[in-house]
Design a binder for this molecule. Sequence first.
Ligand SMILES: [Mg+2]
Length: 371
Amino acid sequence: MLNGIDSVFAHVDMDSFFVSVELVRHPELQGKRVVVGGGRGSRLGVVAAASYEARAFGVRSGTSILEAKRRCPDLMIVRPDHLLYETVSRNVMAILREITPDVQVLSVDEAVLDLRGVLRLWGPPMAIADRIHRKIQREAGVPCSIGVARFPIVAKLASKLAKRNGICMLMPREETAFLRDHRISMMPGVGRMTTAYLNYLDVRTVGELVERAPLFWERLLLTRPVENPFPKSVSSELTLDRDMVDRHGVRAVLRNLCRKVASRMRRKSLKAGGISVRVRYGDFQSFEQHQTRIELRYDFEVIRLAEKLFKLADCLSLPIRLVGVRLAPLSVDEGSRPLGAGPRGQTVAAAYRTIDKVQKKYGRGSLFQGR
Ligand SMILES: [Mg+2]
């Protein structure tokens, strides 16, 4: 057991989350080859989540619907209902917070719990994991897998091993031995650049890294947190129902995307130091324009710049297939000088606090700033 160990984390990861949620309201789909996904209008789109029965045929998230249908002719396709998934996700996270307030939400279907403070309250880590597992199944109706380990990153690997619907604990001081043959590139947080550099040094597996640079392994990889507490960027793009010549129409779509990313950013109390706008034409040529060294918080600021960049990026008179907007880099918004400290700045900040509150309660379409 983990007695006498100073740290212990649980990584909870929902199994095929979107599909599991759909199975709750469509029990007739249980055991079938199901995907959640699909495109808009006449476009077919891609798979957002696949049931394990579909995965057995090589269908994964990101597979095109066309390819998925080729692999599983009897495939059932369910349109995504993200509002529902977010509701279930909030329920799951609330269940986790009943176990400990130390919950780091990593995505809609994934969280890390620091169990150190609640061992006395709930008992040994495996008992806690079992309690979480049963509670989520009972109260949210969806299965999950849980990894338990001394470090968040190892817990995350353990939850992968626990798939599906299981619990896996990696014993302290056995992590390295256990991971010896794993490729470095599969460690969470090891990106393409680090992998390329380590490959250049002829280091491919955890074992090889431990031999060559044990301190690098222990201090920089094994013990690092799973993810930044906030995202590096927020972006949204839309493949239009059909290729569009009408620039007014495309600009209206772009403004909507801007409102979406701006409110998502504000919800996390972040502000943006840069923006980029992307245009892709029917023939798949893409153009992008950026601006940095700025400070953006509100919809109208994002829209103003996005429209300017759109004019620059839209350099061909061809029908447009896709538009997108991205805000990056992001940093924490302490609200120090919203739009200058003057009375107008204060008014705008207050107005947006109201807009954000109403949107949170009634959805994004309920209220936004007009032009
Ligand atoms: Mg998952």
